[in-house]
Design a protein around this ligand. Structure first.
Ligand SMILES: O=C([C@H](O)CO)[C@H](O)[C@H](O)COP(=O)(O)O
Length: 425
């Protein structure tokens, strides 16, 4: 039977124990994740062992040196399996194995970031590791990779049990088992969900009735759009290390959300020629972002909005002035602007379409992704759009779980151990 391992990648031990209690019935192995070990040390392993006597406890040390010492520490603290890095020198792996045999635990070698994972897996088997873990780490997952293709190759080459990890969802977990994985490791998609128990039950079912599910990937743009529709501008800002929104630009209609690639416009105060011409340039689902040299006369109004809607444009962001807002509200179309005025300017045709602009202190290039909601307008550089969208989704998942814990009656400071994590001076 395939085994399910929950990876507790948190930094707070109390929360980790609570989540582990919620899911214990449905998982076989409980992993003290690397962040938890770094935050709480061997005490985390001890507490997990004492709390979950019927489970195998895995210490994700990611050891790369002093194999014997690190394995000894973990084994004495109650770990049944210690994860070391396949990238380690052979002597570290051999020392870890010797120590494991002496202190009575098993070694799982993690292929994370190894340049030749299939060859290394064969060597690791020769060296005598007990498990091989085909793993794509969290940062690399954010670039769009998963462990499936490497897993397919590794399972054909080794006979030690193979574990798999790396942002697995229920379908991928099921697929991995059908491909031959014996341990499925799941972190985020159990631990960071609102209801870890429900999520663990879904994974349990999926791996116990594993099927070769076909994973159909959408186009990159479709994936980005789909993810951004699920998150908020605060999630995106957090994912970008608290990046700022376009300053001073807010929605004309509250409760609207805009997601799409930017068609940029530079124009003079009140000169509405280029903004209106941009409607002909933009494709359905795109967002027109207009930088005006001033905001005393409107460059946008009701008729432009109607024209925009005919083309299926997702929204308009104006670093300048708009008018006819009563009509725009009736049309229910998302327009964000710096200022509302009654007077329009003249269509003179100064400016450019699809050039670099700077709106409210933020650079916007054609093709950058825009996400706008009641909090403001965030710009995501095109090159990093997929990664930032994925990271924003992780932020959202983390918040979903914290929200559920607040609903359980705790304070935010308690949950995230705020006082402990204040910067030491
Ligand atoms: O090992 C892990 C990662 O390197 C952080 O320590 C994770 O536990 C592993 O990737 C499983 O978590 P998800 O990828 O979130 O499922």
């Amino acid at each position: 039977m395939p085994k399910l391992q929950v990876a507790l990648d948190l930094v707070e031990l109390k929360r980790a124990v609570e989540i582990a209690k919620e899911v214990a019935e449905y998982v076989d192995l409980i992993e003290v994740g690397t962040p938890l070990i770094k935050s709480e040390g061997m005490n985390a392993v001890r507490v997990m062992k004492k709390t979950f006597r019927n489970h195998e406890i895995v210490a994700d040390m990611k050891t790369i040196d002093t194999g014997a010492l690190e394995v000894e520490m973990c084994a004495k603290s109650g770990a049944d399996i210690v994860i070391i890095l396949a990238l380690s020198n052979d002597s570290t792996i051999e020392e870890a194995i010797r120590s494991a045999r002496k202190y009575g635990c098993k070694i799982m070698a993690d292929l994370i970031n190894h340049p030749n994972p299939v060859e290394r897996a064969k060597e690791l088997e020769e060296l005598g590791v007990d498990y091989i873990n085909v793993h794509v780490g969290i940062d690399v997952q954010m670039l769009g990779y998963d462990p499936i293709e490497i897993l397919k190759k590794v399972v054909k080459e080794v006979s030690v049990p193979v574990a798999v990890a790396g942002g697995l969802d229920v379908d991928r977990a099921s697929l991995c088992v059908s491909l031959g994985a014996e341990i499925v490791i799941v972190g985020s998609n159990i631990v960071k969900t609102k209801n870890p128990k429900e999520s663990a039950i879904k994974f349990r079912k999926a791996i116990d009735s594993a099927k070769p599910v076909e994973i159909v990937r959408k186009s990159l743009d479709e994936e980005i759009r789909e993810i951004l529709m699920q998150v908020t501008t605060p999630n995106v800002s957090d994912a970008m290390h608290r990046a700022k929104a376009i300053e001073g630009i807010y929605p004309i209609i509250k409760g609207k959300k805009v997601v799409g690639k930017a068609v940029t416009v530079y124009t003079m105060d009140g000169d509405w020629a280029k903004p209106v011409e941009a409607i002909d340039v933009a494709k359905a689902g795109e967002v027109i972002v207009i930088k005006c040299s001033g905001d005393s006369s409107a460059v946008w109004g009701e008729l432009a909005t109607r024209s925009c809607m005919n083309k299926g444009i997702a929204g308009v962001i104006i670093d300048g002035a708009v008018r006819d807002v009563d009509e725009i509200v009736k049309l229910d179309f998302p327009v964000f602007a710096r200022k509302v005025v009654p007077n329009a300017g003249e269509p003179k045709g100064f400016g450019e379409i699809n050039v670099k602009i700077v709106c409210g202190g933020v650079e916007v290039n054609p093709g950058d992704w825009i996400i706008a909601d009641d909090n403001g307008v965030m710009v995501i550089p095109q090159k990093r759009a997929y990664e930032i969208a994925r990271r924003a989704l992780e932020v959202k998942k983390h918040e979903d779980r914290i929200r559920a814990e607040i609903e359980g009656g705790k304070t935010l400071a308690e949950i995230i151990e705020l006082y402990k994590w204040e910067k030491l001076k």
